[in-house]
Design a protein around this ligand. Structure first.
Ligand code: MTE
Ligand code: MO
Length: 262
């Protein structure tokens, strides 16, 4: 499917609410999410929910478009936080991330604490894809990393798990109310999608600080803000009501859509 966004709109216009409901009634993965996620339940009747379900139906397990080396015509533009100033991050950075550990916790059989060496020793995947920011710009870049599915399998995801939450090092907001570190979440469909990788390489170099070193996730069928950088901890949860303000994502808690399909 080349232009998902167009197709999605056509689908919604053509079939309407009743049609969409009938079509998705047999989809177990979605039904499970509907029942379990507090927020998902809250938006059940909303436009966002329709978009989510309609798009999930249309896109299914399909791959995002991949490009060639010749399509990489620009350096990857950094956005959002580009130089975390958090003390623990600066310490790790100063030592070349030697003592960095990726924690994988929550609803898993075997909580993990992986060094970068552990992560790089796993089978890698490289893909050249387009990054679309909600602000309206795009960049094509080459990403190398380990499929998130492989890390999840190593940890053994428990059956109750419905979402993968990314907890990041960087403080994105400082106010009188306190400091907020970036967080994001995706469903198990995206988490197990073959193009969803924990990237440590970009355009044939080590992932730069600006773009999320040492590890950032690529979720190729969604907008840029879903692609958490500076990942500190991955948590498997049944719902995300207790994360941030309860909408599963720093930007969703500030009015953007949780499901940011392209
Ligand atoms: N931890 C963290 N992840 C983040 C952000 C951020 O500020 N902090 N910004 C998001 C946004 S809005 C975009 S467009 C992309 C930018 O990725 P880039 O810096 O590699 O271009 O990262 C996303 N992930
Ligand atoms: Mo963005």
């Amino acid at each position: 499917m080349k232009n998902v966004s167009m197709s999605r709109r056509r689908f919604l216009t053509a079939s309407g609410v009743a049609g969409a409901g009938l079509l998705v009634s047999g989809c177990d993965a979605l039904d499970a999410i509907t029942q379990r996620g507090g927020h998902m339940r809250g938006i059940l009747e909303s436009a966002e929910w329709l978009t989510y379900r309609a798009q999930r139906l249309l896109v299914g397990e399909s791959l995002a478009q991949e490009f060639t080396e010749a399509d990489i015509r620009q350096p990857m533009r950094p956005n959002g936080v580009t130089h975390p100033q958090d003390a623990d991050y600066l310490d790790l950075q100063a030592a070349g991330f030697e003592s960095y550990r990726l924690a994988v916790e929550g609803l898993v059989e075997r909580p993990l604490s992986l060094s970068l060496g552990d992560v790089r020793a796993m089978p890698a995947r490289t893909q050249i894809t387009r990054h679309d920011c909600v602000e309206g710009w795009s960049c094509i870049a080459k990403w190398t990393g380990v499929p998130l599915a492989a890390v999840l399998d190593r940890a053994g995801v428990r059956r109750e798990a419905r979402f993968v939450v990314f907890h990041c090092f960087d403080t994105i907001e400082r106010s009188l109310a306190g400091e907020v570190k970036y967080y994001e979440s995706i469903d198990m469909i995206d988490a197990r999608h073959p193009q969803t990788i924990l990237a440590y390489g970009m355009n044939d170099t080590l992932l730069p600080i600006e773009n999320g070193a040492p590890l950032r996730v690529r979720v190729e069928r969604q907008l840029g803000y879903k692609m958490a950088k500076y990942i500190r901890r991955i948590e498997l949860v049944e719902n995300y009501v207790d994360i941030g303000e309860g909408r599963g994502s720093y930007w969703a808690d500030r009015g953007y859509e949780w499901y940011a399909g392209i």
